[in-house]
Design a protein around this ligand. Structure first.
Ligand SMILES: CC(C)(COP(=O)(O)OP(=O)(O)OC[C@H]1O[C@@H](n2cnc3c(N)ncnc32)[C@H](O)[C@@H]1OP(=O)(O)O)[C@@H](O)C(=O)NCCC(=O)NCCS
Length: 237
C-alpha cells in the first residue's frame, strides 16, 4: 500500500473479523485498526475505500448526535467521541469545516494516518501530510506536497511541484497542473482545470468544471471558462 517511501504511515492491516460486544475489551482489540471520524456518506465512502484496500475498519466515531452511538454503520459500531481509545489510528471523513473541528477535538488522543487507495499513484518526491486521504484512481506527480488532512477525491490529477494547503478538498476528476499553490481549506470542484504556475487563495471555491487561467484570491468562488469571481466573502463549508 505504500510503494513510495515518502508516505507517512499507512493504515494497512490484513482483513479480519471483528465482533463488537464489550466496549472495554473490544477497544484493546481495535487499536491496530482504523477509526473513521464521521458517520455520514463520506464516512461510508472511506469505509469502502479502506475495505477495498484490505484495511480493517474498527469503528466510526460520532461527535454531534449522541443518539447515533451504539448503532452501527457498514456493520461497524458507531462510538461516541469520548469513548474513542487513546492512540486510535484515525482518518476524518467530513466536509472542510466539520473536519477541522472534529480533528481539533481529538488531536490529543488520535494518531492520524494516511489512507491511500492502492489504485492511486504517488510519484517519488511527493509527500503526504498527516491524515491526508487519497481516494481511488488519483495521480500525484513528483515533488508535490499534500498538506495535513487534505482529501483528494477519485481520479483527480495533481501536477509536479504543486502544494496543496491543509484541509483542502480536491474533488473528482479535477486536473491541477504543476507549480500550483493551493491555499488552506480551499475546495477544488469536480472536473475543474487549473493551468500551471498559479496561486489559488485559501478558503476559496473553484466551481465544478471551471477553467482557471489566472491567480485566485482568498475567500472567493470562481466559476466558468475562463473562471471569473462569482462570489466574495466565502467561508469553508
Ligand atoms: C460552486 C458551487 C459550490 C456553488 O456555490 P454557490 O456559492 O452555492 O453558488 P451559486 O449556486 O449561488 O451560484 C453563484 C453563481 O455561480 C454560478 N455557478 C455556480 N456553480 C457553477 C459552475 N459549476 N459552473 C459555472 N457557473 C457556476 C451560478 O450560475 C451563479 O451565477 P450567476 O450569479 O451569474 O447567476 C457548486 O456549483 C459547485 O460547483 N460545487 C462543486 C461540486 C463538486 O465538486 N462536487 C463533488 C461531489 S463528490
Amino acid at each position: 500500500m505504500t510503494p513510495d517511501g515518502n508516505r507517512r504511515e499507512a493504515a494497512g492491516h490484513p482483513a479480519c473479523s471483528f465482533q463488537f460486544s464489550d466496549l472495554a475489551t473490544d477497544i484493546i482489540k481495535m487499536l491496530d485498526k482504523l477509526f473513521i471520524l464521521g458517520t455520514g456518506v463520506l464516512a461510508e465512502e472511506c469505509f469502502a475505500l479502506a475495505s477495498h484496500a484490505g484495511i480493517h475498519v474498527a469503528a466510526f466515531i460520532e461527535n454531534m448526535d449522541r443518539a447515533k452511538s451504539g448503532t452501527r454503520r457498514c456493520d461497524r459500531p458507531i462510538l461516541w467521541v469520548d469513548d474513542m481509545p487513546q492512540r486510535a489510528k484515525c482518518i476524518c471523513a467530513l466536509s472542510t469545516s466539520t473536519r477541522s473541528r472534529f480533528i481539533d477535538q481529538v488531536s490529543d488522543r488520535a494518531e492520524f494516518v494516511n489512507l491511500v487507495h492502492p489504485s492511486s499513484i504517488v510519484l517519488p518526491g511527493s509527500t503526504l501530510g498527516r491524515g491526508a486521504i487519497i481516494s481511488a484512481g488519483v495521480i500525484v506527480a513528483s515533488n508535490t506536497a499534500i498538506g495535513d488532512f487534505v482529501f483528494v477525491n477519485r481520479a483527480a490529477r495533481l501536477g509536479h511541484h504543486t502544494q496543496i494547503g491543509k484541509f483542502a478538498t480536491i474533488q473528482p476528476g479535477a486536473n491541477i497542473a504543476g507549480l500550483i499553490n493551493i491555499g488552506e481549506s480551499t475546495l477544488v470542484g469536480m472536473g475543474s482545470i487549473i493551468i500551471e504556475r498559479l496561486t489559488i487563495g485559501r478558503e476559496s471555491i473553484i466551481a465544478a468544471g471551471a477553467v482557471v487561467i489566472c491567480d485566485v484570491p482568498d475567500n472567493v468562488m470562481v466559476a466558468g471558462n475562463p473562471a471569473v469571481v462569482k462570489k466574495t466573502g466565502i467561508v469553508p463549508r
